[in-house]
Design a protein around this ligand. Structure first.
Ligand code: SDX
Length: 426
């Protein structure tokens, strides 16, 4: 059996052969990198629905089965048994950390969570009503000037240092952007707090760092809130070659600084077709307002003349339940009493899901709830404002972007990303 694909040009009867490369999991690929050289024609695949852009062993998605694995481990296993920081270690090092490695990694990120004093002035340059995503992408880009030596990386140790630095700083950047938007002074990270607890602390603490206390004199950042947010970070950590990761890899291919590649990824994620959907889902549920209005909006989502779309529904790859959405729905059900989740929003969301999953329009197009459909109700219960939902996605995804950036850089046969076109002009 020949391990190749033969393509025949029926206009000229010429046939061309291309190698088949087999995957460890999922579809094989046809290597068409010599297609233009052999055929003097381009392939055409806008949106890359049938195109593999790289070779990777970081994250695997089976869209038909609704399966997601980080370094081969199922997402449901990681979300139930591991902290977000251990998942960051797994993505960066291809293995989960032992106790010692986990402790050292956690401590290193606590020490790296602080921002250079000069960077703080950047936040003040923004109007208080600036969307935090604008501030995040600007701050990530500005970080490249404080750590310019990461432009050329020579060793594994430096790859790790560069990656740990931006993973550690992203929650501080996001929290400072939020504090600026409410006219409150920045709260410095507290190295006695874990990665996830620190983020909630930097959002909520009074000026000077004091926290509300409950009747028993304990900080009101509850364990259950920390666990919920930690799980949300894990579910967002990486997702193969999505639009923002492809953006990060494209910027990596030009040789620019890793932190400006992350900045470009943040900008790409902001769009409501991508990571910006989580904010739009809650805005949409609030606009729908009550269960009685759901049918009207479902009809609009189905109307080809109406550009209204159900935010949080559909996915380029998942043509089954998004396993992250499943994990979040379970988390929502688990937390609804403890965190006093907004029952009206949940009721509307459940009604949308119930109708959509039995309606021919959604079934025929294999449109299921995606990760963004459920995250917002939990984030709202964590007193995180809508404008901070996509920044929460950024905090979770920074490890995925930087891991993919490193994988690209370590690839020996890379070329600058430079697609061609079908020209229909004069
Ligand atoms: C993320 O890629 C990733 O991995 C992304 C992500 C990650 O972790 O990085 O998973 C995160 O971005 C999740 C997706 C969040 N976006 C949304 O929830 C926005 C709403 N969803 C859609 O915009 C849409 O479903 C996309 C963008 C997510 C996927 O679009 P595709 O694969 O390009 O599908 P399509 O636009 O070609 O739609 C196919 C059909 C069309 O109908 P027809 O033209 O065939 O009649 O399905 C319809 C679409 O109109 N459709 C929807 C719909 N999504 C698709 N109709 C109503 N509501 C929707 N949400």
């Amino acid at each position: 059996m020949k391990n190749s694909f033969t393509i025949i040009n029926n206009r000229t009867n010429e046939s061309f052969e291309f190698d088949i490369l087999d995957a460890a999991r999922g579809p094989s690929v046809v290597d068409i990198s010599t297609f233009y050289a052999k055929t003097k024609m381009f392939t055409y695949d806008p949106g890359f629905t049938s195109t593999a852009s790289c070779i990777s062993d970081i994250t695997f998605i089976d869209g038909e089965k609704g399966e997601l694995r980080y370094r081969g481990i199922e997402i449901s296993e990681l979300a139930s048994n591991n902290s977000y920081l251990d998942v960051c270690y797994l993505l960066l090092n291809s293995k989960l950390p032992n106790k010692e490695e986990s402790k050292d990694f956690d401590l290193e990120l606590r020490h790296r969570s602080f921002l250079h004093e000069g960077l703080k002035n950047l936040f003040k340059a923004f109007p208080s009503n600036a969307h935090p995503m604008a501030t995040l992408s600007s701050a990530a880009s500005a970080l490249s000037s404080f750590y310019y030596d990461h432009l050329v990386i020579h060793s594994e140790a430096e790859y790790q240092e560069m990656a740990r630095r931006i993973i550690a700083k992203m929650p501080t950047i996001a929290a400072f952007a939020y504090r600026h938007s409410i006219g409150a002074p920045f709260i410095q990270p507290d190295i006695d707090k874990s990665f996830t607890e620190n983020f909630l602390y930097m959002l909520r603490a009074y000026p000077g760092g004091k926290m509300h206390r409950n009747a028993n004199g304990e900080d009101i950042i509850r364990e259950i809130e920390i666990k919920a947010l930690d799980t949300i970070f894990t579910l967002h950590a990486d997702h193969e070659q999505n639009a923002s990761t492809t953006t990060v890899r494209t910027v990596a291919s030009t040789g620019a600084h890793p932190y400006v590649a992350i900045s470009a990824g943040i900008s790409a994620l902001w769009g409501r077709a991508h990571g910006g959907a989580n904010e739009s889902v809650i805005a949409q549920l609030e606009m729908i307002g009550s269960v009685e209005n759901v049918d009207k909006f479902i009809a609009r989502a189905k109307d080809p003349e109406d550009e209204f779309r159900l935010m949080g529904f559909g996915h380029r790859v998942y043509k089954n339940f998004d396993p992250r959405a499943k994990a979040l729905k379970e988390l929502q059900d688990e937390l609804k009493v403890e965190l006093n989740l907004d029952s009206n929003l949940m009721e509307i969301a459940n009604r949308i899901e119930q109708i959509a999953l039995s309606d021919e329009y959604f079934i025929s197009r294999k449109l299921y709830p995606n990760i963004d459909f459920y995250s917002g109700v939990i984030l709202t219960a964590l007193q995180i404002p809508k404008s901070m939902f996509t920044p929460v996605f950024v905090i979770g995804r920074t490890v995925g972007w930087i891991t993919q950036w490193i994988e690209y850089k370590k690839e020996t046969k890379t070329k600058i990303s430079r697609p061609r076109q079908l020209y229909l002009g004069k």
